[in-house]
Design a protein around this ligand. Sequence first.
Ligand SMILES: Cc1cc2nc3c(=O)[nH]c(=O)nc-3n(C[C@H](O)[C@H](O)[C@H](O)COP(=O)(O)O)c2cc1C
Length: 406
Amino acid sequence: MPSHLFSPLDIGGMRVGNRIAVSPMCQYSAVDGVPGDWHVVHLGTLAQSGPGLIVVEATGVAPEGRITPRCTGLWSDAQEAAFARLVALCRGLGPARIGIQLGHAGRKGSTAPPWEGRGTVGPRDGGWRNVAPSALPFQADETAPLALDARGLARVRDDFVRATGRAVRAGFDLVEIHAAHGYLLHQFLSPLSNRRADAYGGSLANRMRFPLEVIAAVRAALPADRPLLVRVSATDWVEGGWSLEDTVAFATEARGLGVAMIDVSSGGLDAGQRIAPGPGYQTGFAEAVRRRAEVPTMAVGLISEPVQAETILRSGQADMVALARAMLWNPRWVWHAASALGEEAAMPVQYIRAAPRGRGARPLVPREPAGPAAPAGRGDGRAGDAAADGAPAGPARAPARAAPAP
Ligand SMILES: Cc1cc2nc3c(=O)[nH]c(=O)nc-3n(C[C@H](O)[C@H](O)[C@H](O)COP(=O)(O)O)c2cc1C
């Protein structure tokens, strides 16, 4: 029986070839928000392994919306051009759909990359004054952020819309709004960080108002064939904070605005959070949102084994799984998962001879022809090629003709 993991999925009318997503991962390696050579290698390597979807890292919609001064951004022509190159590169390497996570860090902005200690970065070192729903710092010893006024809210919303337009022009297949992990939109949602007395604070409906306005504006800026995803934190893991109940209500509203899938994470808002991470610690949230808000979900968090991923899908906890650290540890996770689940791994023709003897492998079909790729059927590891150059025999079989792209 074919696996769930390697069966195609329809996300808001867009087909992805399998249900494996690369979760967004900040690389803290951009200059002035522009992704560079590191991103070419990082994303290119991941595209070669053939996931259904790659979601590019949290990308600031404005300079002060970045988490660190080294984070990517999407407010300038140079950034848009660099991302367009990256999208084209990935399309030339494999069938993955390429999405981008657009976000605003709010009070968690202007920090140093993890390997520089995550402390606050001052203006002299390229930092900035943060904004937030309320003038409450994340850590008690940090400078309080400026509470956004009506003009500030309109500016942030417009920044999301402009960045969405740039993402579309750069060729991204979808956009994911970052409303999780304690960043700006999550700061509006949680009563722990939102103490506003206006229409954007207080009741659950008021706290959801600004994130929902951003979602509606981004959805309106996206062509109908480009799905919109939203990443949420299902709970703050703090008594009195944002809860699963609230998340279900928010996901229901988001679905009504045309959100195609909710990417269900947790935490990140409050330094006092108490999390007991372990396999499956977030998948129950994805299941609850899927069932109760009747919206497709992506499960994420300590998913590392192919059978574990397959079980999440098969048991109806989620429609897709996202992996972050496991993909960095083993960027060829998709090939190995296929092998473990008895599927044929789809591998670049250049690498296909690496498939273990006796395991089927087929050529990975890029979405667009690119660069110096060997024509299908040549140098693809078939016995004839191996004999020709005296190399050990490669995989058991690889069809001479490529299958059509999903
Ligand atoms: C290096 C790194 C960078 C990350 N950057 C982001 C990010 O840009 N946006 C986001 O929503 N989550 C980010 N995360 C969280 C991951 O997307 C994921 O939700 C989390 O690591 C749990 O999944 P995992 O157990 O498969 O790693 C990051 C995680 C890592 C390890």
